[in-house]
Design a protein around this ligand. Structure first.
Ligand code: KIV
Length: 318
C-alpha cells in the first residue's frame, strides 16, 4: 500500500480490505493483491432496520445510484438504502421516459452498485413490463434482482397487490410506489403531482394501505401534497419514503443526478440541488481541451522517463 493511500484510508476512518485474485476482467494477474477501502463500523441495513427507524422516529435517507463509484461513496457516507431506479433510463441512458428500460439494463447497473455498496439496503426497481403481464413473470423477474443483480429487495409501481403478495411469498422484500408513477406516464398525462383532490387522495391512501396489507416493507410516495404524505405516513406502520411528498414522510429519496445537478434537461420543483456537477464537468472538460491545445498537458509529472544510458543506446541503434 502506498504512503499517500494509507494516509487517506486512515484520514477517512476506513479499514483497508484485501482481495486477491479478483478483477480478471481488468487483466490483473491472479496473484495480484488489490487493496481498497471498506467501512468497518456499519452493520448491514435490512428492511427491519428501516422499520425500527420509523418506530424510533428517525428519518431514513435514500438516494438512487446506477454505478460502482457512486454506490461506494454513498455507502461510505452512511446512506440507509440505495435504490437502483429505472430513472437510469432518463438520467444515464438519455431516454425521454423510463419505459424503454429493460431487465438487462437494470441487472447490469444493479451488479455495479452491489460491487460498491456493502452496508446500505439495496433495492432494484422493476422496469416496465417486467411485472405487469402475469404474477408468475413478476416473481421470476423479482428473483433475478436478488439472484443475479446482487439486490436485497425490489420496488414496483402502482397498486399491484397480487404481484406484491406473490413476490413476498417467494421471500423477496418488496417496496411499493404510489402517487406519480413514471411507468404510467401516458395514463397520468405527464409528470404531474397526484392526489390533489379529496377523492384522488383517498384512492392513494387506500392503495398504500392495500400494499402494506399485501406485505410491502416500505412505500415510496412520489409527488403528492405534503399533507397527504404526512397522513399516509401516520396511517401506515411500514416506513414511507417521500420524493416530493413533504417532510411528514418517514424518509426521503431523490434521483442522485437531480440533486448533484448532473441532469440538465429539467429539474422537478421538489429537488434540492446539493451541487452543480454538470457545470463543474464542463469546466474541467474545457480546461482539458485548452491544456491539450496549449501543450501544457501532459507536464513532466504526468510523463514516464527512461534512463539516459538506455536512451543513448536507443539513439545509437536508430
Ligand atoms: O426510478 C427511480 O429513481 C424512482 C425514484 C424516483 C423513487 O422510482
Amino acid at each position: 500500500m502506498s504512503d499517500s493511500y494509507a494516509k487517506s484510508v486512515q484520514a477517512s476512518n476506513l479499514q483497508p480490505k484485501t482481495i486477491t485474485g479478483l478483477y480478471l476482467d481488468r487483466r490483473v494477474p491472479m496473484s495480484t493483491t488489490i487493496v481498497f477501502p471498506q467501512t468497518t463500523t456499519r452493520k448491514k441495513v435490512t428492511t427491519l432496520t428501516l422499520r425500527q427507524k420509523k418506530e424510533r422516529g428517525e428519518p431514513i435517507s435514500v438516494l438512487t445510484a446506477y454505478d460502482y463509484p457512486t454506490a461506494l461513496a454513498m455507502d461510505q457516507a452512511g446512506m440507509d438504502a440505495i435504490l437502483v431506479g429505472d430513472s437510469l433510463g432518463m438520467v444515464v441512458l438519455g431516454y425521454d421516459t423510463t419505459l424503454p428500460v429493460t431487465m438487462d439494463d437494470m441487472l447490469h447497473h444493479c451488479r455495479a452498485v452491489a460491487r460498491g455498496a456493502k452496508s446500505a439496503l439495496l433495492i432494484g426497481d422493476m422496469p416496465f413490463m417486467s411485472y405487469q403481464v402475469s404474477v408468475e413473470e413478476a416473481v421470476r423477474n423479482a428473483g433475478r434482482f436478488l439472484q443475479t443483480g446482487g439486490m436485497d429487495a425490489v420496488k414496483l409501481e402502482g397498486g399491484r397487490v397480487e404481484a406484491v403478495r406473490a413476490i413476498v411469498a417467494a421471500g423477496i422484500p418488496v417496496m411499493g410506489h404510489v402517487g406519480l408513477t413514471p411507468q404510467s406516464i401516458h395514463q397520468l398525462g405527464g409528470f404531474r403531482p397526484q392526489g390533489k383532490s379529496a377523492p384522488a387522495a383517498k384512492r392513494l391512501l387506500e392503495d398504500a394501505l392495500l400494499l402494506e396489507e399485501a406485505g410491502c416493507f416500505s412505500i415510496v410516495l412520489e409527488s403528492v401534497p405534503a399533507r397527504l404524505g404526512g397522513l399516509i405516513s401516520k396511517k401506515l406502520s411500514i416506513p414511507t419514503i417521500g420524493i416530493g411528498a413533504g417532510a411528514g414522510c418517514d424518509g426521503q429519496v431523490l434521483v442522485t443526478h437531480d440533486m448533484l445537478g448532473l441532469f440538465e434537461r429539467f429539474t422537478p420543483k421538489f429537488v434540492k440541488k446539493y451541487a452543480d456537477l454538470h457545470t463543474e464537468m464542463q469546466r474541467a472538460f474545457s480546461q482539458y481541451i485548452a491544456d491539450v491545445q496549449a501543450k501544457s498537458f501532459p507536464a513532466a509529472e504526468h510523463s514516464v522517463e527512461m534512463k539516459d544510458d538506455e536512451w543513448e543506446e536507443l539513439l545509437r541503434d536508430t
